[in-house]
Design a protein around this ligand. Structure first.
Ligand code: NAD
Length: 524
């Protein structure tokens, strides 16, 4: 049974998901030393933010297949080291969406109804009813900046408050906006129209300082600005000046440029509500994070692909279905190449054609590299680390595509440069059969299976007979044969399926025969 280490305290509902399918070791107080010493025993680890999955720990994790972060941020995990060692890293970004959206709604109400300062006033023994005149949210315009997981939950909740919603998000489609019944506007329009503005974008070079002096100056009278996303998206110094100058403006912040917030002039203002980065902190979010990552651990241990992989590009399910028949093809082409192009591989060029073009072929490329590299390396190569291992080995990988797939629905053509030679092989899938259709641009058409031989020879009368005789002498039966040539008397290729293996002895006898250039034996 696979072994899973739960290295930080997670909700028991997550552990329940794994019960019965793995041996679970609950050690939420494990020290860094103990972790380093014992990590090689485990197939999976679940962490929160306490446990540090450093390069050193990851390099010792010889059996580890997955690092699961029961939460969102992965600052405690060395992603590059995990990728290089073929370990998947997953998290649970969707676990906090509703929790954060509710916090944004909470800040919105706290500011529109002055709840925080009214509370402080009552606790100070005062009764200042007239001071805390509020603003209804109904019929007000909510401007949502970033309509991803959290932004769209805010939109849903604000509809119950009968708010009109406008959105600034240059990366979402018209359809997504229509589905949520929101209007997409420019940032400028949003700022000038919104009564409440709420930020739900990631912190990127593009969003850093997105709301600064210039934007703050355009805010409507009595407008509210909320940030439950990341510090730095609002320029804090500019915000402080704007709020000080215009007491009608209000801000609600959960995140800051520097955390914890220390000696900030924002704490001196009445028109601001500050929370200590707690928007995602609810029991429900923690429970959901534990369940989401435990499910992904279970999937990986069952050989399936989880949904929130951070270090391997995934494709949507429609693309995956389209690519599915071609996995076997890339696998077999990779196996042929590793058995025929032995040393000093410098370049690998893959060209996809036909109906598999126009979408990501990433999983196919990784499958090919995996088959191609695994037999020659000690460390296991899998779909996660395949590209980085190829790069480390100095293999220049290029991928391309063409519409022209000849008479086939789709083809995959691979060219490998090795030593001072090269080899090109092209395959397809026809009626669920995986086939090679050309080798070095010589047409051959044969199902890829079992024991095979690839023989290059000069197309002269009697050469095929010579090949047959040597194989016959060694009691090797040819089950099927295809030959391809470009011109009479020139170089030709023979691909054969045989019932007995073509051994090294047979290869050297064939290669010492006149007009036979090279012989490769392949086992699929
Ligand atoms: P998401 O990736 O689902 O959505 C982000 C949205 O922002 C996407 O729709 C994207 O198109 C949009 N976007 C990206 N760049 C943009 C730009 N320049 N202008 C406008 N829109 C842009 O992310 P999410 O899960 O909804 O998280 C949103 C934010 O909340 C992130 O910053 C995340 O780190 C933060 N967050 C904070 C807490 C907390 O504790 N306060 C917890 C969880 C998430």
């Amino acid at each position: 049974m696979p072994k899973v280490l739960v290295a930080d305290k997670i909700n028991e509902k997550g552990v329940e998901v794994l019960e019965g399918s793995a041996e679970i070791v609950n050690n939420p107080k494990i020290t860094p030393e103990e972790l380093l010493e014992t990590i090689d025993q485990y197939d999976a680890i679940i962490v929160r933010s306490r446990t540090k999955m450093t390069k050193e720990v990851i390099e010792n994790a010889k059996n580890l297949k997955i690092i699961a972060r029961a939460g969102v941020g992965v600052d405690n995990i060395d992603l590059d080291a995990a990728t290089d060692n073929g370990i998947l890293v997953v998290n649970a970004p969707q676990s906090t969406s509703i929790t954060v959206a509710e916090h944004a709604m909470g800040l919105m109400l706290a500011l529109s109804r002055k709840i925080a300062i009214a509370d402080a006033s009552v606790k100070a023994g005062k009764w200042e009813k007239s001071k805390f005149m509020g603003m209804e949210l109904r019929n007000k315009t909510l401007g949502v900046i970033g309509m991803g997981r959290i932004g769209s939950q805010v939109v849903k909740r604000s509809k119950a408050f009968e708010m009109d919603v406008i959105v600034y998000d240059p990366y979402i489609s018209e359809d997504a906006a229509k589905e949520l019944g929101v209007e997409i506007v420019s940032l400028d329009e949003l700022i000038t129209k919104a009564d409440v503005m709420t930020i739900h974008v990631p912190l990127t070079p593009e969003t850093k300082g997105l709301i600064s002096k210039e934007q703050l100056a355009k805010m409507k009278d009595h407008a509210i600005l909320l940030n439950c996303a990341r510090g730095g998206i609002i320029n804090e110094k500019d915000l402080y000046e704007a709020l000080k100058e215009r007491p009608d403006l209000k801000a609600g912040l959960d995140v800051y440029e520097n955390e914890p917030l220390e000696n900030s002039p924002l704490t001196t203002l009445d028109n601001v509500v500050l929370t200590p980065h707690i928007a995602a902190s609810t029991k429900e979010a923690q429970r959901d994070a534990a369940i989401i990552v435990a499910k992904q651990v279970k999937e990986v241990l069952n050989g399936q692909t989880p949904s929130n992989v951070l270090n391997m590009p995934l494709v949507d399910s429609e693309t995956f279905q389209q690519l599915k028949p071609y996995f076997e093809l890339t696998k077999k082409l990779g196996q042929i190449l590793v058995q025929t192009t032995t040393s000093n591989i410098s370049e690998l060029n893959i060209v996809y054609s036909g109906k598999i073009t126009g979408r990501s072929k990433e999983p196919l490329t990784r499958e090919l590299l995996k088959e191609f590299l695994n037999p020659i390396l000690t460390e296991p190569v899998n779909s996660v680390n395949a590209k980085s291992v190829a790069k480390q080995r100095g293999i220049k990988l290029t991928e391309g595509e063409t519409d022209d797939s000849g008479n086939y629905d789709a083809t995959i053509k691979i060219n490998v440069k090795y030593d001072d030679k090269e080899m090109t092989i092209e395959g397809t899938v026809e009626n669920d059969e995986v086939k090679v259709i050309s080798i070095d641009d010589y047409d051959v058409n044969l199902n890829l299976e079992g024991l095979m031989g690839i023989i290059k020879y000069v197309d002269l009368p009697g050469t095929i007979g010579k090949i047959g005789k040597v194989l016959g002498d060694y009691k090797i039966n040819i089950a099927e044969m295809k030959v391809g040539r470009k011109s009479e008397g020139g170089e030709a290729v023979m691909v054969i399926k045989v019932d007995q293996e073509i051994t090294d002895e047979v290869i050297s006898e064939l290669e010492s025969t006149k007009d036979i250039d090279s012989v490769k034996s392949v086992k699929l």
